[in-house]
Design a protein. Structure first.
Lengths: 599, 599
């Protein structure tokens, strides 16, 4: 049997339909543990599996949706976790035959992860890892993480499954009316996070019935070339005359959506709550001999928060990485970080986003404090006050991993260098946690004097990242700004290095700008000129203070000039907003004056 | 006999010594016309020539120093101009033999040219052209324009000789104690102007004796690879006991300077007032079998005013071409130009130079006025109030030629295009008047959309200029700024075109900057960003408003960044000056306040 992922290139595969509703039909009561039936009523399970195999399923799913330690504990069955999961795979395998894949279902824990809830990333990671390992050992062919409503829980599950097993993984979120998950993630953001984590198939299940899911799959198809999966439910549940929950949509009506899913680019079609073998049979007939719609493989550099996706690209506006959450030379911020107070972090996050930051760099490098804890608190604070992706700025491995576990989304790691120690510690973490990584062009010999030398380090970093399976678009390069006052002859090497990186490697580029003017008077003048030059050379994402008006003005003007700001819309908005703000300020002033006069 | 210019590569040639003092020895009285002796005492002339040939002169000079129409008129001999000059060449030729060159001497008119005096360029041009044509027709091998003390007169003479004859030309200025000519020109500025005009040999004569002339030839040797000539006088004239003017330096003492001249790189050595056949004989002995010192051929783009030379080079600070003398959209300036009033031109010239302009663009394009006259007046005004080179900005051939005749120094012509009509009219004028020329990258088909297209036009302009004998360093290229609001996608083509021009042609580049922001709000922001990008790409000389502080700040910062401002000296000065000015302004304010308080 060839690998499922390979087959998805040529065929649309059919999953099975609902398990839960089929069990209810066969007597499962509300309040029973559905997965306990694997042990108590194996024949029922085999009957259901068999009905789907007969209906034409290429993949059937194990009855393990709630068979994780936390869910089982609700039924006091945590001690049976191994048996329940093993038995589930065994029952499906006995029915499947040689041509049907066994997909092991993994559902949510039922608890919210930090920072929204109490469950830590680490706890969730262990829960999912444990279940996945049992399922793989029992003989599952793939794992389907499904019905996830929270990005962070999905992320913990996906990381655990990828880390603890070598099985292909489908990951399905459940979306609401507004095309977002319960905790606010839209499909394109989810895709950004899951692709970086190495998901083999990405999809949506349950949700609001097939009609809404067509919209979601269409959207996904525009953002990814990764195989897509859809498992619609049979509409929204309603109560029937006997006060039983039923799913209203008939098999035929559901199956009528299949052509739309195919057109949207789907690769695996199954069903969720309320779907039946009849529906699966109709679905199978519609996909036979159909080749999946081809989708364009975009290789964009993307970062994500829980709710927002930021693309870094030569054709798009220059992205600002806000530099202000950094205690270097800032006494009050240092004190607060040491005291684990996050007021200033919150303020800097909010101010920078209001000023136009696209990404926030978070650095908690105060000596002799618990930086891992400070990083966790700072990232959660940032998460709570703003909605943009972050750059985790540390050279400490433990702090970095704490950050990578805490952050919801796809962060940037700032940074890795060409030094062996750095490559060996940072890159595996980037791969594991689905982060993009910023490569600084320096190595054991320091910063190469020439642009060519820095290109060479960039190539080394890229090669090593790719060897680990990190995609090239997830490697960004910083060609390193040296102070013009100290090394004037190297300024142009930094700029030239950006051009070389673009020409030879095509990677996204990052540069801390303000160091250029260290030790000079009128630093802003040098910073703005350097920024314009760097953007012209191909800089995609400067690290700077977004609240600095001169830098913002130069950035907006530069984007207009290098055609990253189509028809100058950002530029014109920037200045019309300023005009409006001035007008408002004036009016406020007048009002204040009026009030004062009246006193 | 091989050409004199060819021989200068291998040999140091010896000119003759004084004519005037030799004639005085033979009875010429003060107040007599020395050149009339050609007709009245031909034997004396032949005797003197003969003495120099015997002493070893490779070149002897005709007795025609004052034989121009204006000088001869002082003796009522203008009607004999042909005979006097013809006879002079004939007498020298009869003595010379086959191995000695006949150099025809041309001296000053004795009148100052405009704007310092009354003699117009055109008058001077005709006077020198007339004499030169007679001398060539009579059989002279070369022409030596000598003892010139005013750059503009020398320029008129050189242009006339090059235009009216096909003889090689030596041009010698006479310098004073401060190493400048009477009207303020230093050797390097003179070289800049004379090289552009195609002088074959450049030098210094008379002046303050050989010691000072060694300094001048040394200086010249650092700035040019053109063959150098020196004809020292025998020290400064003194009165002897008989109340006769004599030159005190002995032949042997003079000849002792010959090794220093050789070391400085001289190619032709002769003598001026007071020098004798004895000195020439000693000189000849010292140069026999000596190869001239080789000098480095610099191919720098240079412009010059009467007293100042401006080099445009990638390694030097970006040069500002001040754009404010231009009536476009400026009513008051238009009115003044129409009324031939030059107050505002003077003010703009002075303000721009004070603000740091290196070159002043002069445009008098008011419709329906006498632009040729306006150009002449404007250039003379600029000449009188400031000392930097100009760019003559007109598309009208007549106005251009008026400007080229008026201007003292080596101007830039703004501009020629790739259009046949423009190439055919502008380039010959640039060649004739020794101007650098700014090529706009457009042709009959308009402005090419791509950088490659603009490079192609630049190549065409360069080729055509070189075919006319204009050196490549005298061709500058403007890759044309289009308004970002109208043609956003072409902005980068302008920048890329600068890079291409640099890479492929190595020419100096010019760009009018502010057009980039036409139609946009906050124009300064776009202008400064564009300026930084263009400088990074290789822009050498932006056309801009030097009184604009933001542009100045960006320019200074950019130069620091691209390493055109070594160790940031200009940048640091710029800001320390600003600090000082602020302090001064503050103090003034305080004083004013003090005064007010006391009232
Ligand atoms: Zn469902
Ligand atoms: Zn389901
Ligand atoms: Zn003399």
């Amino acid at each position: 049997m060839s690998s499922i992922v390979d087959r998805l290139e040529e065929e649309i595969l059919v999953l099975d339909g609902a398990m839960g509703t089929e069990l209810q039909k066969r007597g499962l009561e509300v309040g029973d543990c559905p997965e306990e039936l694997n042990l108590t009523h194996p024949k029922i399970l085999k009957e259901i599996h068999s009905s789907y195999v007969k209906a034409g399923s290429d993949i059937i799913q194990t009855n393990t949706f709630g068979a994780n330690r936390l869910k089982l504990a609700e039924y006091n069955l945590a001690h049976k976790i191994e048996k329940i999961n093993q038995q589930a795979v065994k029952l499906a395998t006995e029915v499947a035959g040689d041509d049907v894949f066994i997909s092991a279902s993994i559902g949510p824990t039922g608890k919210l992860l930090e920072p929204l809830g109490d469950l830590s990333f680490q706890q969730a990671y262990h829960v999912f890892g444990e279940q996945a390992q049992i399922l793989e050992a029992a003989g599952a062919d793939l794992i389907n993480i499904e019905t996830m409503t929270d990005l962070q829980e999905a992320r913990a599950a996906l990381i655990a499954v990828k880390e603890k097993t070598s099985l292909p993984v489908i990951i399905n979120l459940t979306y609401e009316e507004n095309l977002k998950t319960m905790t606010g993630t839209d499909p394109q953001t989810a895709i950004t996070v899951f692709e970086a984590l190495g998901a083999d198939v990405i999809g949506a299940n349950c949700s609001l019935g097939p009609k809404k899911l067509v919209e979601i799959i269409k959207l996904m198809g525009q953002y990814t070339a990764t195989p897509l999966c859809v498992q619609p439910n049979a509409g929204l549940p309603v109560l029937n005359e006997n006060n039983e929950t039923i799913f209203p949509m008939e098999a035929l009506e559901m199956a009528n959506y299949i052509p739309q899913f195919i057109e949207a680019g789907v690769n695996i079609i199954g069903g969720c709550c309320g779907s039946t073998p009849e529906y699966i049979n109709l679905a199978k007939k519609k996909v036979v001999d159909i080749t999946p719609a081809s989708r364009i493989k975009k290789k964009e550099t993307t970062l994500a928060s829980r709710t927002k996706r930021v693309v870094i690209s030569d054709n798009l506006p220059t992205r600002i990485i806000g530099e202000r959450i950094n205690p270097t030379g800032r006494e009050e911020l240092s004190h607060q970080l040491a005291d684990e107070k996050m007021e200033l972090v919150a303020k800097e996050a909010s101010n920078q986003v209001q000023a136009g930051a696209d990404i926030l760099d978070v650095n908690v490098g105060v000596p002799q404090i618990d930086q891992a804890q400070a990083m966790k608190l700072a990232l959660n604070t940032v998460h709570n006050v703003v909605d943009i992706p972050v750059s985790i700025d540390t050279t400490n491995q433990e702090v970095l991993e704490a950050g990578l576990q805490t952050i919801v989304g796809k962060p940037l790691i700032n940074s890795v260098t060409g030094e062996e120690e750095s490559l060996n510690t940072v890159l595996p973490l980037a791969k594991k946690y689905g982060a993009a990584v910023l490569g600084l062009t320096l190595d054991e010999d320091g910063i190469p004097a020439t642009a060519q030398g820095r290109l060479k380090v960039a190539k080394k970093i890229l090669n090593r990242a790719q060897q680990l399976g990190i995609k090239r678009e997830n490697v960004l390069i910083d060609t390193l700004t040296l102070a013009a006052s100290a090394e004037q002859d190297k300024v142009l090497e930094t700029i030239k290095a950006i051009e070389l990186i673009k020409e030879e490697l095509g990677l996204a580029t990052v540069l801390g700008v303000s160091n250029i003017s260290y030790g000079l008077p009128a630093r802003e003048e040098v910073n703005t000129a350097f920024l314009a030059m760097a953007i012209q050379a191909g800089l995609n994402a400067p690290i700077l203070d977004p609240t600095n008006k001169a830098m913002q003005a130069t950035l907006k003007a530069s984007d207009l000039l290098v055609n990253r700001d189509l028809q100058g819309q950002n530029y014109l908005n920037h200045y019309s907003n300023q005009e409006e703000r001035k007008k408002e300020e004036k009016e406020e002033k007048l009002e204040t004056t009026d009030s004062l006069t009246k006193l």
